[in-house]
Design a protein around this ligand. Structure first.
Ligand code: DP6
Length: 330
């Protein structure tokens, strides 16, 4: 029996990944930059054993079958090929954040799975190889392998499309306050959304301008310039949502409360607060701010009609191996 347990954090992108040049390998249309969320984590134990007949997956204690299990098995197959291993595996995964909170968990899930499965199989993959492996499970998962503030270099092939750290978590005490406006499952998942990106006439312009935004974002992070980060991250978010809304068929992820938070954040910034918003493929709004503003900002967000709860997190470290243990919920 071969077993290993890993922890990984989800991440929030300031420059978004939307659309692939290669759907199967998840080679993205453009590079992206994100921050790991240290307070939120996925813990995954992978056990390969001759006693196991077929791959199994349990998520927060619930047995999962179908497409989600197939996606996990596809990554396990890659690990089995690399390690020359024929055994099936059991995968037990738990999140410390509420599963229905609408926070993307595929990034932390596939980063933790890539690390736990490769270690259980006796492979010692370096950060680049791990990031590439995680990418094939979920694109944004490649950014949850390195720590802190992370850039996914667009690359041209499986070999050179991976993420690396721009700065460690301790570099900048930037906090993410997540205004949860709808905890339900989104109607169109990101994998399907990526396939629609190219059908928007705006996608080509968004991708062509990406090097400029990536460069501004890199500078903003390295110089801890929240005003510059606010400008480029909000523009990047709006560009991605403009592409979503103009795809065929169009994707509308926002709800009335999403727009209410956007307007509030813009108003607070005009009043002098160093805050900005960004939104993934869902209605919840991530509001970024310095550590000193977290308490007041969370309170103000909670008062907006339609905001159900607010989670918050500081920057997080890399995916790492740990001892197996029970996970608490935040
Ligand atoms: C909007 O990584 O979830 O959050 O590769 O199909 O799993 P798959 O897609 P995923 O896409 C993330 C999209 C996004 C933007 C981002 O995180 O960069």
């Amino acid at each position: 029996m071969y077993t290993a347990t890993a922890i990984a954090h989800p991440n929030i992108a300031f420059i978004k990944y939307w659309g692939n040049r290669d759907e199967t390998l998840r080679i993205p249309a453009n590079g992206s930059i994100s921050m790991n969320l240290g307070a939120l984590r996925t813990r995954t134990t992978v056990t390969f054993s001759t006693d196991i007949g077929e791959d199994s997956l349990s998520l927060n204690g619930r047995r999962i079958r179908g497409a989600a299990l197939q996606r996990v098995s596809a990554l396990l197959d890659k690990v089995r090929d690399m390690a020359d291993l024929l055994m099936a595996a059991s995968v037990e995964s738990s999140n410390n954040f509420p599963i229905g909170a609408g926070i993307a968990s595929s990034a932390s899930a596939f980063a933790a799975l890539a690390l736990a499965a490769s270690a259980a199989a006796g492979l010692h993959l370096d950060e680049v190889a791990l990031s590439r492996l995680a990418r094939t499970g979920s694109g944004s998962a490649c950014r949850s392998v390195p720590g802190g503030f992370v850039e996914w270099e667009v690359g041209n092939s499986d070999a050179d499309s991976y993420a690396r750290s721009l700065a460690p978590a301790e570099h900048w005490d930037l906090h993410d306050c997540i205004a949860v406006v709808n905890a339900g499952h989104k109607p169109t998942g990101s994998s399907e959304g990526h396939t629609l990106a190219a059908s928007s006439p705006l996608q080509a312009a968004r991708v062509a301008d990406a090097p400029r935004r990536l460069s501004l974002c890199r500078t903003a992070i390295l110089e801890q310039d929240i005003s510059l980060l606010a400008e480029v991250a909000e523009q990047d978010c709006n560009l991605m949502h403009a592409v979503m809304m103009t795809s065929s068929p169009p994707l509308f992820y926002w709800e009335p409360a999403t727009l209410a938070v956007i307007h509030a954040v813009r108003r607070w910034r005009e009043e002098g607060s160093a805050v900005f918003y960004t939104i993934d493929a869902g209605p919840n709004v991530h509001v970024l701010c310095p550590a000193s503003e977290v308490a007041a900002l969370s309170e103000k967000l909670r008062r907006i009609h339609g905001v159900r709860r607010v989670l918050h997190s500081a920057p997080g470290g890399p995916a790492r191996l740990v001892a197996p243990a029970a996970e608490k919920t935040v």
